[in-house]
Design a protein around this ligand. Structure first.
Ligand code: HEC
Length: 133
């Protein structure tokens, strides 16, 4: 009996931890070709340079030392993990930034980019995936 309770508590804790790592986000399909099209990736690069590089690092810098100034730090998009990151997740994070949990209560400084068009956000997603090491 005790073992069953301990197991149930452990399972609940593990599930809670997992849930926090992968919050729900809406399924979205990138328009055909956008993620691999050179012109879209180049447009994403320009947007990234203008709006994101101050925190996430200039493309030619790899990663800016400023990234660690934030707590939590600005994500390192030169990491190979972003090559295969779910485009729908990246789209959602760019759209909502720090305005949703758990990022809000962690003290994230990631702005919400709702002001950008869907096309621009997909261009950024394409660039982040192409940029990854
Ligand atoms: C003011 C600094 C700042 C700016 C500007 C900024 N970000 Fe962020 N961003 C952060 C921080 C800090 C995090 C890590 C905390 C978090 O996940 O909210 C982050 C997280 C992210 C994530 C989630 C990464 C992951 O692995 O979960 C994405 C995607 C992202 N940023 C994309 C962008 C894009 C695209 C732009 C430009 C349009 C941008 N950011 C501009 C600070 C910034």
């Amino acid at each position: 009996m005790i073992r069953t309770i301990i197991f149930a508590v452990a399972l609940t804790l593990v599930l809670a931890a997992c849930g926090e790592q992968t919050p729900g986000y809406p399924a979205r399909q990138a328009p055909a070709g956008v993620l691999t099209d050179a012109a879209q990736i180049a447009a994403g690069r320009t947007l990234f340079h203008d709006k994101c590089a101050t925190c996430h690092g200039h493309p030619d810098e790899g990663r800016s030392p400023r990234a660690d100034f934030f707590q939590p730090p600005a994500s390192d998009f030169s990491s190979p993990a972003y090559r295969t990151a779910d485009p729908a997740y990246l789209f959602w994070r760019i759209e909502v930034g720090k305005t949703v949990e758990p990022y809000l209560s962690r003290g994230s400084v990631m702005p919400s980019w709702r002001g950008l068009s869907d096309e621009e956000i997909w261009q950024l997603v394409a660039y982040l995936r192409a940029r990854a090491g």
